[in-house]
Ligand binder design. Sequence first.
Ligand SMILES: NC(=O)c1ccc[n+]([C@@H]2O[C@H](COP(=O)([O-])OP(=O)(O)OC[C@H]3O[C@@H](n4cnc5c(N)ncnc54)[C@H](OP(=O)(O)O)[C@@H]3O)[C@@H](O)[C@H]2O)c1
Length: 217
Amino acid sequence: MRIGVLGATGPAGSALASRFASVGVEVVVGSRSRERAEEAVEGLRRRWPTRTLPLAPGTNEAAAGCDVVVVATPWEGALPTVRALAPTLAGKIVVSMVNVMTRLGERFVPLLPPTGSMAVALAGALPESRVAGAFHHLPAGPLGDLERDLAADVMVFSDDRAATAEVIALIARVPGLRGVDVGGLGSGLAVEALTAALVEVNRRYKTHASIKVTGID
Ligand SMILES: NC(=O)c1ccc[n+]([C@@H]2O[C@H](COP(=O)([O-])OP(=O)(O)OC[C@H]3O[C@@H](n4cnc5c(N)ncnc54)[C@H](OP(=O)(O)O)[C@@H]3O)[C@@H](O)[C@H]2O)c1
């Protein structure tokens, strides 16, 4: 099982890559630029010199060749990025962690894409892929701090229930994270929009909040 991350040079993608690598999952750190990907991997190795992290730098094209591919670009770049990679992504589980929001003054507010969510938009652009959504509510700081214990649920949604199960199984490899099946792609609207509220929680309480769902054994 190899994970490829598109846009893994940013805080979210690099945090996700290093967290999965820390539990032995091979990750291709993807970028539009191979050099930036190399710099990102070198940066992670400098940050965690005593850890064995199975990270490989690559282009987004190389990352798209992995078994599970996570889209970690800003929302403005997500659709063009996956459209260009559609043939490589055919048959793959493609996981969107993309949130669509904007800043109004000091506040963050969700934006509503015409499709209702970015995950649905990506699914429309990738009819041959198994599109899911996950990781929207995990702040990059704690996720990428490998010394820090995590205690969060990850809302996972897809119209492909087998894809949801595979993503939840992958998430279970990371101590402190639990994947929760929150339904089909239609849930993306609520999941993505909730992130702006969490960012406001972080701003107001000066923290890195994440989500726990109660009532599930
Ligand atoms: N930051 C968080 O805590 C967090 C948490 C959960 C989810 N998310 C979501 O994860 C995604 C990434 O967040 P981030 O904070 O890491 O974003 P970011 O730093 O702004 O962007 C991530 C990477 O995407 C690539 N990129 C930038 N503009 C692009 C474009 N127009 N087209 C294609 N690629 C582009 C860049 O990599 P290259 O230049 O190397 O290609 C960049 O390093 C966002 O959708 C965000 O909503 C973020």
